[in-house]
Design a protein around this ligand. Sequence first.
Ligand SMILES: *[C@@H]1O[C@H](CO)[C@@H](O)[C@H](O)[C@H]1NC(C)=O
Ligand SMILES: *[C@@H]1O[C@H](CO)[C@@H](O)[C@H](O)[C@H]1NC(C)=O
Ligand SMILES: *[C@@H]1O[C@H](CO)[C@@H](O)[C@H](O)[C@H]1NC(C)=O
Ligand SMILES: *[C@@H]1O[C@H](CO)[C@@H](O)[C@H](O)[C@H]1NC(C)=O
Length: 500
Amino acid sequence: MVKLYMMCCGYRAVWRRRMFWFLLTFFAIAIITISLMSPDNKKIIDVYVIEEHHEALRHWHHLTVVNRMNRTGNMLIHIDAHSDMASPEYVPGFPLFKWPVGEQQLFTLLQRNDVFIQGAGMIGMLDHIMWIYPSWDKTSELDEYSSFFFEIGILTNRSVGERTKVFCECHTPVEIHADEIIAGMESECSYLDETKSISEMEVKIKKEECQLKRRLVFEVIVDELALEVFEKSAWLNKPKNIILDIDEDHFGCERGGTSLENVDVPWSIVERLDVLITDLICAKNPIHEEAGNKLMKDFIAAFVDICQMARQSTTCNISGQEIVDRVKGPFLKQLHLMPRMLCHDRAITVVLLQRIVEVFKRLKYNHLLALAELGFCMNTSPVTFGFSRGNAQFKICHGANTPNNTLVVIHTPDQDEVTRRMSLVRSILEHVTLMQPNVVTLCRSVRDGYTPRHLAKRIEDDIIDFFAQSHEGIKYNVIYDDNLLGGKEGWHGRYKVHVN
Ligand SMILES: *[C@@H]1O[C@H](CO)[C@@H](O)[C@H](O)[C@H]1NC(C)=O
Ligand SMILES: *[C@@H]1O[C@H](CO)[C@@H](O)[C@H](O)[C@H]1NC(C)=O
Ligand SMILES: *[C@@H]1O[C@H](CO)[C@@H](O)[C@H](O)[C@H]1NC(C)=O
Ligand SMILES: *[C@@H]1O[C@H](CO)[C@@H](O)[C@H](O)[C@H]1NC(C)=O
């Protein structure tokens, strides 16, 4: 090494090396600059298409790392059927009202699809949130327009389960004027007790009990009024660093398993199958997820075929052992092809297949058809906090809203309603994009079953189409996240099986 170094260091060589580094730097800067501009010198804004909403925070965080977004002083414009403003759990390693240091701390903010906005507020990324909700959500007790100070703090006086510290929040109504915000007198403070049933989780507390650490401005607007509010709000004309975030479930919200409910598959059987399948297949990423989906759908097709089931109400009366002997092949092959995808060895895999066959034998032909149609998926994205610590599940793709376990308002729009709302949303986007957002995140919410699956592609195509059209001085660059269910194509891009 020393000799080589000596040989290269004559005067000319030094000059050449300097020239080389100069040119390299020059081209590097040129390439970075060009890559941030489109050929006609337009500003580039990334549009990230994500599956689950908390994944947005990874991309926002990434943009601060590459200096394309500020760490503080951002305003979130959030178009969504749900506020997603629930309180995160205070897990070990959580960055307590500080910017996250390292991947692990960032990871603790990605707990769930409805707690990442408070997380982003706690670390200082957001100071103003405007939530635009759809007018079909009439049953919630929301005013057409309301504005609050949304304050977040720590409650040390109570404990939830094993956690001795929990986060708490206080809401105080405010009036927003161009130059000042006037707060009302009354505040409502609460925390979430996740050990309680979903309707009793919110526990009211006194303001003194919540040690407040962060204050955000939170505006809630029904979509039909959004344009009017944009026109009136003087503060909106001030330059802002905007994050634009859209959830496709703004257009409608479902329970992913409705197709099973419609043919009366007993939910207890769905739950039993979930337990068995998640013990059989340990999907760790979207590749495993799709391979597992194919295995299970082919399994159902083979089962129906072997049992010669043909009419709506027939069940199977072939011996379970015989069926398992005929369907186990593709599963056992996976032990070599994709060894990490199955949870267990050969012997246990066969036992689990036997148990699944016993459950299948309790189902009718039309139940099995509905199962094969719905398919199988992970319960959440691999970037979700807790995924690698045993919270990952692979099961029937019925999503998070199950018959007895949801507070969300269910709404299935027809095509006309989607058309009408899309034109409203596009005029909202028109307005917001004039403010040149730093980033756009577009969340599918299809894996978790919120967005009506039969409408998701249409909704997404129409929104992407908006960004693809020309906007003065801006080019939108659409990026599909790695962890989308069904990849870029989405729900309809997944494996389809023909069941006789
Ligand atoms: C960061 O904030 C400052 C002040 O608001 C603004 O001038 C600047 O453009 C922002 N940077 C980015 C990358 O948005
Ligand atoms: C702690 O909470 C209990 C009941 O929840 C209350 O009676 C007590 O006053 C609280 N203590 C403080 C210091 O806030
Ligand atoms: C839902 O709850 C009701 C009342 O508690 C119960 O009767 C019903 O069986 C439950 N349904 C499911 C699918 O668990
Ligand atoms: C199984 O089904 C066939 C044809 O439907 C019927 O003939 C036979 O009796 C059934 N066997 C049992 C054990 O139920």
